[in-house]
Write a new protein. Structure first.
Lengths: 1047, 572
């Protein structure tokens, strides 16, 4: 597997080479190093011809570089190379996945490469505005290579990150193609969420190639060199927006040498992971009747069943599928679909120019038979670096993500206030009444629920969302000739994203059986044709200038100084135009719509924001043994008022590589051992802007006579003192490699103290003041702590090798202070509990009969009937009220997550198993709770089984259409699960075979599965990763077939 | 060369930087100073204050919170009123529009708009404030609106804290509940301040129809004084209060308004139509309108009537329409009455001539104008609610055909347009009546009854009945019997206009009314004989009504935030 190397460098450590005895002594090595780097030193040259091999196989495409100089060649497919070098030079031979070898130049050479061993020293980690060697890293930074991300070809990169990066929590709650972005959290939550509808403020800052960018989940995994996660004070260099952690994504670059082509193809078959089993028509009818019984006063004498016994009997017999059907909506609606991914990449370079060109395409279908769901995405990238003058390199990195998603035009259940937009909800399917016909026996489509049968969706127009985003970066690097070690980097980035959404709604025809005429009447849905064109444009401009000075003093004092400035300017503009009453449904364009004023609508808005920053970092290491780092950022944000805009965020860390100490050298088991500690202050500003001024918005019109008169309304009450949220993070860590890589340990304990958290005082401010809405105030305090543990093990035998890597993460937060009014009972206050901990009533059984209800009246609320839930009376009053709720200490955000990767290789075969799991997480599912409701919604079998009925008074679940005082713990389920997230079996053609082709350098075939198996502790009826309710689009289970070819 | 390149790169990068990059004015909103110095924005701010008065075309009408309609919507704000399970812990579910209860909670919204009104008054009366052409009229309107907002609070909670100051963040105040009478006085003061600044009246065809007028002030005052005189608030039955109610109504009896000739058309014609009955109402346009018909009609029109909105009229309401020829109610009630906490018993009134097997024949014309029942005609379609006796076939509008049809067997017809197309893409501009002359007549009749003037009471009831051709109330009806006719007349005439919920309470009859089972109609047709039988069935038995429910509870945590504000009685 490819290691993470910085572009153009072959990571190696002189120290390690020394230890292995490749050079007679360190001083000699240093001498050669210095001599070879002196300009004008080499006078004579020799021609080296050689061959690079692994075992007995030749290696094509390996890089042979003159040490300390730019000259390099690549080996031919037969492993041979020829290069002219100054006499006395040393050559560094490197190949991806193998340890670089260094040899003295000689006319004829055979170089044997060894597979790379796990060794801390060889890895390079991407940090803020630079890279550091893992061996001397002092921050808490996890990194994963692009190759590792690409192993499981989920169309969504975010989903592939789950469990791969210790400390990163990935929660994927929606599986709809193109809309399946997971929630990412680093070390859980440490900030208080705003009221519903406010911007999400707990997510990490995502920096892609140096710029805050949004398309992480839509990247082509084959373009990714590495993804690293800054979890502690090391993120302080990103200051003000780094409190929730930073994710740094680095894209691949071209390398000097002959052009290498990478081609990969993947075909996947996808299905939803798990959807709840819903009631059949007979059970549904019984449950509904039970609801009617209670509503009518539970009097058997006057009870009038909604479904008579004869109706239930006909339904059961299936003799009248037109009037008394038993429809399995899931079966009627769902299908399996496919996902296809093609990628091609070409990279290489000459002495002066390096390039990488890449193109990828993803096509993903939806899971519905009659929904126009389809998602297509194209990724393109051009990366170019050119040495335009001595000491001056300029580059451009231009990439684009273009996507076209087609979805149903029906706007979910937004009328119900849901956040779904045009997203498909499963509610129309899962809760569809099984006594409704889906398709009549003659093939005609029936109206379904609310005449909105999901089978009609493909006739109802579409919602097409097309995104075109261009990310451009132009860089210049100048290495000062007058001061060795000084370089200046300058970059200008211009990103823009355009989103065009067309929602084209046309009424569909359906058939309705007329019981009186026995005809199937053809009917048109009762709505007019309408079109909405919604346009959004976002831009980001970022200019960055930084100076780096790197110097080794007196051989052992290594100093790196970085100072920089950065300015960012973002804009968004939005418009939405619509028309109704189209002349014809033939042309879905606005100008075909009616021109009457009442049939047209137009909206628009715009926003802009900016940052102005200064930052710097100082690294000092003494003989790679004692390590120190200090960084800062002076961050200015337009969100805050003048005087409160700039925040200073410093961070520092220290490390001690104990294994470098003499006294450790006689402990051969310890290959590497480092202790580290870090502390820093970071900020967070993810709140709405302009909260310091009173402003007014348009939109609350009123009508006088027959005309609409503009109305304006006040926005948030000003808070002139609003400023940065501050996070103080402290980390303690141990990193060790034992027995030369047999066991790796990386353990971290962290403490985070978040203060000045921006939250509106909604819980404490009386509504009688009449504030329109409340601004954020710097009042909240949250304490968060936890640990991360990574264990690795790797072993190589003759033909067989394997590596195991397990990570375990724990993060628990506690609200220290939030603006809340003390509740009636002390145990109910949110303060002292985890963020988002909810108030619940404690389930205490079922009222089995009237005697039970009478006897335990203090466990009932005013609406309780026999068959309802008993609730623990915590306040000691005589009836259940809100005072009997308690604060439950687990939330839908897992406190514990874990990942386990195992890779096995045998000869040309490889097997990759990856498990992901979470625990200490609970999910309240209101849809599961729903049974026998008067809205005719279907319910889950899991809920209906063993419900309380008149004939089953010992039922363990409440009656149909129960009356509960609020959310109870009965429906609060432990969402612990372990998932075989990825399983992949690959076969690579052996080198001996490959070399004979004289064309290819590597060929690999694989079969893989994504979301293969799930074991859930309590939520066995639905996908346990869904949080909230189980009617959202579940995750996909994908079986992939693919090949990668290099030539 | 090299240096030139370096310099070019440096300059071009620095050129991309800005000196004051952080000084970005808001792009999509107006600053405070701009608002109070621009007459157009001042006018726009004032127009918005009218939104502070909830209208009745939200998905959940207040009817379903009373015995007027059946609520099948199992969700959101309305559900807590469906079975009277509202309490301080769940009451905020009804704090917003449409699905979320039609602002029944109103506490939050009310005080927000009161602050906005207070801010307007403070800004406009401050020295050196901006000159606007009709400034005094705008100030008058805002006084009226603030009075109406306080009334909206008072009819729900009784005495509420009175706030006339604009508080800013960080200010702290100690709010206490005023008495109901203090709220009434406050409303009176605002109305007295408003009246001199307002025009007497604006005609329904005028471009300013919908703005506050002197008559709107009088109409509001009539309702306020009537409530204040009612048993819930006037525990000592102070006659002076009834006199005040009488005087208030009296001021509008001969103010130039007249009952519109057609009871049905009055409620379903578009905004701007000529009529002479509405005193204050809310207008709509297609850009700023509502979709109420689709929330109330059934499957036949592609609407959702049965499922979620379902302001489907109840059998309880249908039973209360008099028989047309006799002018008598079909049923009488034994028991119940003011203060009762148990349901009265329904007994037939043979004198009415009511035929239970032809329940919709020969009834008060307002029944067919308000309720679409079996065999009724709407939009050219006959409504079929029947189910065959063998259960194997049914009419198109029955609940068997579709869960989008009402379970109770009735569809709301009042307000439903006759001419406009019926679909989800049309917005309807039917105005919502806040005050109309018929209410003033009935207010006057009620006040006169309580002042002992039964003949005047009958006279004004009869004026309301005469419009639809109903016989006068015979002089034999006196005392409680007349009182019951008066109560019933108000129920019928003002059905679905949002009165019943509050009337039940102020009359102290909710303990009777709300404890009666809510019924629907089972329509069974024998296909062999062609005979249809009508059987009222119990649809919903609510939980027992308690006197605490006479007032809405305040959210539990709101009491914690304002510790001096007491919870509504009975809700501790």
């Amino acid at each position: 597997m490819k290691r993470c190397l910085l572009s153009g460098e072959s990571g190696y450590s002189p120290r390690r080479l020394l230890r292995r005895g490749y050079t007679p002594g360190f001083s000699f090595f240093l001498l050669v190093f210095l001599l070879s780097s002196l300009p004008g030193f080499a006078q004579q040259s020799i021609t080296v011809t050689g061959k690079v091999i692994v075992g007995d196989s030749a290696i094509g495409g390996a890089t042979v570089q003159v040490k300390g100089r730019r000259e390099a060649v690549q080996t031919a497919p037969d492993g041979r190379f020829t290069i002219n070098v100054p006499k006395g030079s040393r050559l560094v031979i490197s190949f991806v996945g193998y340890t670089p070898e260094e040899v003295a130049a000689a006319p004829s050479l055979v170089v044997q490469l060894k597979q790379e061993a796990i060794q801390q020293g060889s890895e390079v980690i991407v940090v803020g505005y630079g890279v550091q060697k893992k061996a001397t890293l002092t921050g808490s930074i996890a990194q994963v290579s692009g190759a590792e991300v690409a192993v499981s070809p989920s169309p969504n990169v975010g989903a592939s990150l789950a469990g791969k990066l210790p400390g990163l929590i990935v929660n994927q709650t929606n599986g709809e193609p193109g809309r399946d972005d997971p929630n990412l959290l680093i070390r859980g939550m440490a900030t208080l969420p705003g009221p519903p509808g406010s911007p999400v403020n707990s997510g990490p800052l995502i920096i892609i190639d140096g710029v805050e960018r949004s398309g992480l989940t839509r990247l082509d995994p084959d373009d990714i060199e590495s993804i690293s996660v800054l979890k502690d004070a090391s993120a302080a260099i990103y200051g003000a927006r780094a409190a929730n952690g930073v994710i740094l994504v680095t894209s691949k670059s071209g390398h000097r040498g002959k052009t290498v082509f990478d081609f990969n193809y993947n075909y996947g078959i996808q299905n939803v992971t798990k959807i709840p089993k819903m009631l059949d028509a007979v059970t549904y009818e019984q449950v509904y009747n039970e609801n009617q019984f209670y509503k009518q006063g539970s009097n058997p004498a006057t009870y009038l069943p909604f479904y008579t016994d004869s109706v239930i009997a006909i339904t059961k017999s299936g003799s009248d599928p037109v009037n008394y059907p038993n429809t399995d909506w899931v079966k009627a609606v769902l299908k399996s679909s496919h996902v296809q991914k093609i990628g091609i990449q070409a990279s290489g370079g000459s002495d002066a120019v390096r390039y990488l060109l890449s193109f990828g395409s993803t096509t993903q279908g939806g899971d519905f038979k009659h929904v126009p769901d389809n998602y297509q995405q194209y990724n393109m990238r051009l990366k170019l670096d050119a040495d335009v003058a001595p000491n001056l390199t300029v580059g451009a990195n231009i990439s684009g993500i273009f996507s076209d998603g087609t979805y149903s035009s029906v706007t979910g259940q937004t009328d119900l206030g849901g956040p779904n937009g045009t997203a498909v909800t499963f509610i129309d399917i899962l809760q569809a009444n099984p006594t409704l016909v889906a398709v009549y026996p003659n093939g005609d489509i029936a109206p379904g629920r609310l005449a909105e049968s999901p089978l009609l969706l493909d006739q109802e127009g579409f919602a097409k969302i097309s995104n075109s985003s261009i990310y451009s970066t132009f860089t210049g690097t100048y290495r000062a000739p007058f001061l060795k070690g000084l370089r200046a980097d300058i970059s200008y980035n211009y990103d823009f994203a355009n989103q065009f959404e067309k929602v084209w709604q046309i009424p569909a025809y359906y058939y309705s059986y007329n019981i009186n005429t026995k005809n199937y009447d053809r009917k048109l849905q009762n709505r007019v044709i309408q079109d909405n064109d919604i346009y959004n444009k976002w831009t980001t401009r970022l200019t960055n200038l930084r100076f780096t000075y790197e110097r080794t003093i007196a051989r052992r004092h290594h100093i790196t100084v970085l100072a920089g400035a950065e300015q960012q300017y973002n804009t968004n503009s939005f418009s939405n135009a619509g028309r109704k009453n189209f002349v014809s449904s033939a042309v879905p364009q606005l100008n075909v719509g009616s021109t009457a004023g009442a049939d047209q609508s137009i909206q628009g808005s715009a926003s802009a924001g900016a940052y102005n920053n200064y930052f710097g970092r100082l690294n000092y290491d003494f003989a790679s043994k004692y390590l120190l780092e200090f960084s800062f950022r002076d961050n200015g944000s337009q969100i805050f008022p003048v005087g409160k805009r700039y925040g200073f965020f410093p961070g520092g860390s220290a490390g001690w590589v104990m294994s470098e100490e003499k006294f450790m050298h006689n402990l051969p088991a310890i290959t590497y051992l480092k202790l580290r500690v870090s502390h820093g202050e970071l900020g967070n500003d993810r709140v709405a802007s302009y909260q310091n001024v009173q402003s007014y918005a348009f939109g609350s019109n009123y009508v006088f006579g027959s005309s609409d008169v503009p109305g304006i309304y006040p926005l948030v009450v000003p808070n002139p003192n609003i400023t940065w949220e501050v996070s103080k993070k402290t980390d303690f860590g141990v990193v060790a490699t034992l027995w030369n890589g047999l066991l790796g340990i990386d353990a971290t304990y962290f403490i985070e103290h978040r203060s000045n958290i921006l939250v509106p005082p909604v819980l404490s401010t009386g509504q009688i003041y009449g504030y329109p809405s409340l601004p954020d105030q710097n009042t909240g305090i949250v304490y968060n702590h936890g640990y991360e543990l990574v264990l690795t093990h790797r072993q190589t035998f003759k033909d067989f090798s394997y590596s195991l890597s397990a990570n375990f993460n724990y993060a628990r937060n506690k609200v220290i202070n939030m603006d809340e009014t003390p509740l009636a009972e002390p145990w109910q206050n949110a303060t002292g509990h985890p963020i988002n901990a909810g108030l619940y009533y404690k389930f205490a059984g079922i009222f089995r009969d009237q005697a039970d209800l009478t006897k335990n009246a203090n466990q009932a609320w005013s609406g309780s009937k026999v068959g309802d839930q008993k609730v623990a009376n915590l306040s000691g009053s005589n009836q259940i009220s809100g005072n009997d709720q308690f604060r439950f200490d687990y939330t839908a955000i897992p406190m514990e997550t874990f990942g386990f990767t195992s890779i096995f290789r045998y000869k040309s075969w490889d097997l990759n198993l990856f498990f992901y799991g979470q625990s200490k997480v609970y999910n309240y599912d209101a849809v599961y709770a729903n049974l026998g409701n008067s809205d005719f919604s279907n319910a889950m079998v899991a809920r209906a089984t063993n419900r309380w009925t008149v004939n089953n008074i010992d039922g363990t679940l409440p009656r149909s259409n129960e009356a509960a005082p609020g959310a109870t713990t009965l429906y609060l389920k432990d969402a612990t699960f372990i998932r075989l997230k990825t399983m992949e079996i690959g076969y690579s053609l052996p080198h001996s075979l490959i070399t004979r082709t004289h064309t290819f350098t590597a060929v690999r075939f694989y079969v893989s599965g994504f979301n293969v198996l799930t074991w859930a502790k309590a939520i066995k009826y639905a996908d346990p990763e869904i949080s909230g309710n189980s009617t959202t689009y579940p995750q996909q289970r994908i079986v992939n077939f693919g090949a990668t070819v290099k030539f | 060369m090299k240096k030139i390149i370096v310099i070019i790169i440096l300059i071009s990068t620095l050129a991309a930087c800005r000196r004051n990059v952080l000084d970005i004015p808001p792009q999509d909103r107006i600053s405070e100073n701009a608002v109070w110095t621009d007459p157009n924005l001042v006018t726009a701010y004032e127009a918005n204050l009218y939104n502070g008065i909830p209208h009745g075309f939200y998905i959940h009408m207040y009817s379903k919170y009373s015995d007027e309609a059946i609520n099948t919507a199992p969700c959101c704000g309305a559900n807590i009123f469906a079975q009277n399970t509202y309490n301080p812990d769940n009451i905020t579910q009804a704090s917003s529009g449409d699905f979320w209860g039609g602002y029944m909670y109103y506490w939050t919204q009310g005080y927000q708009f009161i602050r906005e009104a207070n801010l307007f008054l403070a800004k406009m009366t401050a020295p050196g404030s901006i000159t606007v052409t009709n400034k005094q009229q705008l100030i008058g309107e805002v006084y009226f609106l603030r009075a109406f907002m306080y009334f909206n609070l008072a009819e729900r909670y009784g005495g509420v804290p009175l706030v006339d100051t604009v508080y800013n963040l960080g200010d702290s105040a100690s709010f206490v509940r005023s008495t109901f009478d203090q709220v009434v006085t406050h409303i009176q003061n605002d109305l007295n301040a408003a009246k001199p600044l307002l025009p007497k009246r604006i005609l329904s065809t005028d471009v300013n129809f919908g703005r506050a007028t002197q008559d709107a002030c009088l109409a509001l005052w009539s309702r306020v004084t009537l409530y204040a005189a009612s048993p819930l608030y006037n525990t000592s039955n102070d006659m002076a209060k009834w006199q005040a109610a009488s005087d208030a109504a009296d001021s509008l009896l001969n103010a130039g308004y007249s009952l519109y000739s057609d009871y049905r058309t009055l409620f379903n014609q578009p905004s701007g139509s000529p009529e002479n009955e509405y005193i204050f109402s809310r207008q709509f346009t297609t850009a700023n309108g509502t979709q109420y018909p689709m929330h109330n009609l059934g499957r036949r029109y592609g609407a959702y009537g049965g499922w979620w909105a379902s302001n489907g009229p109840s059998q309880n309401l249908v039973d209360d329409y008099d028989v047309a020829t006799t002018g008598e109610p079909p049923f009488k009630w034994v028991g119940g009455g003011p203060g009762a906490m148990t349901a009265a018993t329904q007994v037939a009134n043979p004198a009415s001539g009511y035929d239970p097997q032809h329940p919709y024949w020969n009834r008060d014309p307002r029944l067919q104008a308000t309720v679409l029942c079996d065999s009724g005609v709407y939009h050219g379609d006959t409504c079929f609610e029947w189910i065959s006796s063998d259960g194997k076939s049914w009419g198109f509008d029955s609940y068997k055909q579709s869960s989008d049809n009402p379970e109770g067997g009735y569809i709301l017809k009042k307000f439903m347009p006759d001419a406009a197309p019926l679909n989800w893409s049309t917005t309807y501009t039917t105005p919502w009546p806040f005050f109309r002359l018929a209410e003033i007549y009935l207010n006057y009749a009620e006040a006169q009854f309580n002042l002992g003037h039964e003949d005047i009471c009958r006279q004004y009831i009869d004026m309301v009945r005469a419009r639809v051709g109903m016989p006068a109330i015979p002089a034999t009806y006196t005392g409680t019997a007349l009182w019951n006719r008066l109560v019933n007349e108000r129920r019928i005439e003002l059905a679905f206009e949002g009165h019943r919920f509050f009337d039940e309470r102020r009359w102290l009859i909710a303990g009777d009314i709300e404890n009666r089972p809510l019924r629907g109609m089972q329509v069974i047709k024998n296909l062999a004989t062609g005979v249809t039988t009508y059987t009222p069935v119990t649809w919903l038995q609510k939980i027992p009504y308690t006197s605490a429910m006479n007032f809405l509870p305040i959210e539990r945590s709101e009491i914690k935030r304002d510790p001096k504000v007491t919870q509504s009685p009975g809700w501790q």
